[in-house]
Each structure stands twice: as C-alpha cells, then as structure tokens.
Design a protein around this ligand. Sequence first.
Ligand code: NFE
Ligand code: MG
Length: 573
Amino acid sequence: MSERVVVDPITRIEGHLRVEAQMEGNNIAQAYSSGTMVRGIETILKGRDPRDAWAFAQRICGVCTLVHGVASIRAVEDALKYRIPPNAEIIRNLMIAAQYVHDHVMHFYHLHALDWVDVVSALSADPKATSELAQSLSSWPKASVGYFRDTQNKLKRFVEAGQLGIFAKAYWGHPAYKLPPEANLMAVSHYLEALEWQRDVVKLHAIFGGKNPHPMFLVGGVPSPIDLNSDSAINAKRLAQVQEVIDKMRTFVDQVYIPDTLAVASFYKDWGERGEGVGNFLCYGDFPMSGMGDPSSFLIPPGVILDRDLSKIHPIDMESPDEIKEFVSHSWYDYSGGKDEGLHPYVGETNLHYTGPKPPYRQLNVDESYSWLKSPRWNGKAMEVGPLARVLMLYASGHEMTKELVGMTLAKLDLPPRALFSTLGRTAARTLETKIIVEAMQGWYDSLIANIKAGDTKTFNETQWDPSTWPKEARGVGYTEAPRGGLAHWVVIKDGVIDNYQAVVPSTWNAGPRDAENQAGPYEAALQDNHQLQDPKQPIEILRTIHSFDPCIACAVHVTDPEGEELVQVQIR
Ligand code: NFE
Ligand code: MG
C-alpha cells in the first residue's frame, strides 16, 4: 500500500483542517478529513439567559460573522413563540444576504482563486492584451492598459523584494495552472480590487447592526430603530447608504465576479468531471417574507435531494428525533449511550475524549476516531450543504432565474448538466447564487422603504419579553442558510435558562468524518471521486476540491478542551 499524502494545515480557510489521502498510484483511493482543533461554545451556553445566547454563539466564527447570531435568536424565538415585525424580517434578510455577497466574493478571489490563477505568471502578461481581454468580457471600467501595467508593476515590486506577502506559499508554476498570463493578470487585479470593495460593502452590517464582524441582534426583532428624524437611528441618510451598498454589490457581481468565474472556468472544464461525492443535498431554507413558520414564503426552499434526482424534493423535519442525528463513531467524543448511537441535537451531547496520536504524528488511525468534527446525518445519509445544494433546490423547485442562470452557464461553458455535480459546479453555483441573492436584496430594500413610507417603523416586539411569562420548559430550533450551507441551533430552555444547546453547522455537514456505518463525509467522498495528483508533493488538486466547499473549521469545531490543553501542534511548511 502506498503512503498517504497529508495536507496539514490546509490553508486559505478559517480554522485548521487536515486531509489524508490514501493513494493508489497517483489516484486518491480513500480520503480522510480531520478537524484538528477544538473550541467551546455549546458547553458554555448552558445555564445562561437564552436571550443572551446569540452574543456567545456568534463568536463561533468571525468569517460568517452573523449567521450564528441569527440561528440563535431564531432558536429562542421558536422556543418561546415570539413573532417579529415585518421590518425586522426584511432587515435580517438584508443582513444575511449582504453576508452571502461579501463572503462569496471574498471566497472566490481571496480563498479559492489562487488554486486556479498563477500570480507569478501574471508578471509575463502583456498589459495591452490584458486590457483587450478584460474589455471583451465585461464593461467594468477598470480595464485600461495603464491600469493593468500599474498592477503588474506593483506585483513585480513584491516579487523583487522577495515578499510575495499575501501571495506567498502557493504552488506557483505548477503544470496544473492553465490560464494564459493575461487572464492571470486580470484575475490578480480583481483580487486586489475585491479587497477594497469588501471594505465598503460591509457598511450595511454597521448600519443595521452597529458593527462587523459580529453585528448586534435582538430576540424579538432587530436592534435598529427606524426614525427618519433622528441622527442616531436608521434615517433617510442611512437608508440611502444601504442603497449605495446594494448598487455597489450588484455592479461588482455583474461586471467582475460572474465574468471572471466564467472566464476562469472555461480553462478548467475537466474539473466538471470530478469532485462531486455523496450526491445528496440538504437545505433548511431561508429568506422568509412572512415569518419562519411559513417556509412557502422562503426565497430558498427547504428540503432534501437524494442521489442527484432533481425530480423529487423530500421534506425535512428538524424537530423529528429520527431525521437529523450527529454521530461520533470516528470523532473525539463520547456519548453516554455508546459511541455508535446517533443523537438528535435536542438530546445532543458534547463530551470531549481525545484518543488520537500524540503530536507530531505521521498519520491518523482512521479505523478509530480521527476528527473533532461530528458526523451529522439525515435519515442516516451524508448530505452536502451549501451553494450547490441551494442552487439545485432552487432549480428543482422551478425557480425561473436559477434555471436561466444555470442554462446560460452550461451553454457558455459547453458543459453537460452532469457537470453541476463537481468541483467546478460547486464553485460556479456559489457565483450564481450570489447573483440571485443580490437581486433579491433590491426587492427587500424596496419593501422596507414602502413600509416606512406607509408609516410602519416597528422593528421589535416586546411580547413575552418577561421570563415569568415563559413556560417552565421549552425547546426550539433556529436555522438559516449560512454562506457555507444550512446552519441550525437547537436550544432547550428550563426554568428560564439554557439547559442544552447544540449547533450543527455547514462545515460539520460537509467536513465531518466517516460515521458508524463507515460512510464517508462530503469532503472525503468528493476527493475519492476521480482525483489524480500530478505531483503528490504539490497536491494542488486536493486544495481545489476542498476549497470548492469553502471550509470553515472554526465554525465546525465549536467546542473546546476545558483545561485549554494543547491538543495538536501545527507546523506550516
Ligand atoms: Ni465560519 Fe460558517 C458559514 C457557519 S461554516 S463560516 O457560512 O455556520 O461552517
Ligand atoms: Mg455541534
């Protein structure tokens, strides 16, 4: 048996992920995904006022900065039967949507592009040819010869000083890079522009939530009062700024992100033939227009697609003790009922028990536990969550814009529908859903303005704010579609405080290890799907497929060693 190829840590992600690939020649035969660090949120929430939980839960991550806050307040609202005013619903939608657009653009340029774009090759591009290429793809104004020459000179100074800085530590010159120098230079320019762009668009969160990361939330509504006559509330000036942000987002998505995705993808069509994996997709659904209790009003519908069959959407019941369960058969946890049972999150347990090798180690013992991530399953099956799941759900439910965008993309790239289920399909789906969401933002904004014009400025309901009115025991589930996929928090409240709190997050669904039946998780299955490594010492192919999921291990391992003990040493080579 050949050696394993080990990538640890996988960089350009949030948190620490290790992948071990068991090779057969140059082919990946088996892949293992391991979260190597552990944090601590579910446990410290116990005993607290449920209305405060969002402020702790939101610290699970600073990349998907607000989604854990949203899932948390929705869980408490579900448990305590709170209804929120329509304006609060709209403002939450706008904030979640802004997070998508921000996060997806950042992912494409800053976390994923360098798997496909060779920065060093951009040095040999002809700025004039780059300008012609850029103008043939888009009407984005920053496309002159001088502009690309300036970017190239900036890049040259980096390289000559021996300081690639943000571009350091990549496989530059790897034969798997296929873009011509001019496309590389254009993409590097947009990488730098996206850094500036994100600084502006993040203002939407500051306007409605006070700051970013980690904007403020409120059980029962949103903490942003609307008063057109006040300097310290949401007023006409602030609303005009929100419109500016939406315009800026739309322009960048239309003129830069979509054309770049199509341009880069056209050089990597073979990546439409690998990297799919489990073939099951799950969405909790999100973006309500008439309350979380009415999923028929959601922009993204809830449901499950099994075995790539888009003709049927299976319903999902998050309260059912039989549907969603987390397994720890291959995770460093114990369950009081035994290692191989699955637990629904209402009765979920977080009992740490590290049994892995002492670091530094050569390889993990994958017959036993090998990750700090649990393995969530729906009806016993591994599920992919995220942009591809959502685009497939929208497509399967007949969403017109999605059907048009998917059709346009496949036609432009001359790819069969089957290519959706791939590394390339997953990355393209992220771009397409950004377009869908940014268009929806304008509609929500217009509804908010119409409500305010009609005299409705309410953003918070005080009903049931007094804990003495709460039932002795209550439980609820709050969910959202976070940028990386379906995210849900389950809370059990007893005598006014949190008795149990469990978060099952997107990167746990996608990056979790094998389960009690030895079924691979989505990352693992994707790497086992038709991956050859051109050079096992520079396994760029593993990065391409893993990054296509946009991993966030900080989200996924939200529990900690209570003694703060060092559990693993990380060495960056
Ligand atoms: Ni830390 Fe997160 C998102 C959540 S992913 S990024 O999106 O929840 O696991
Ligand atoms: Mg959890």
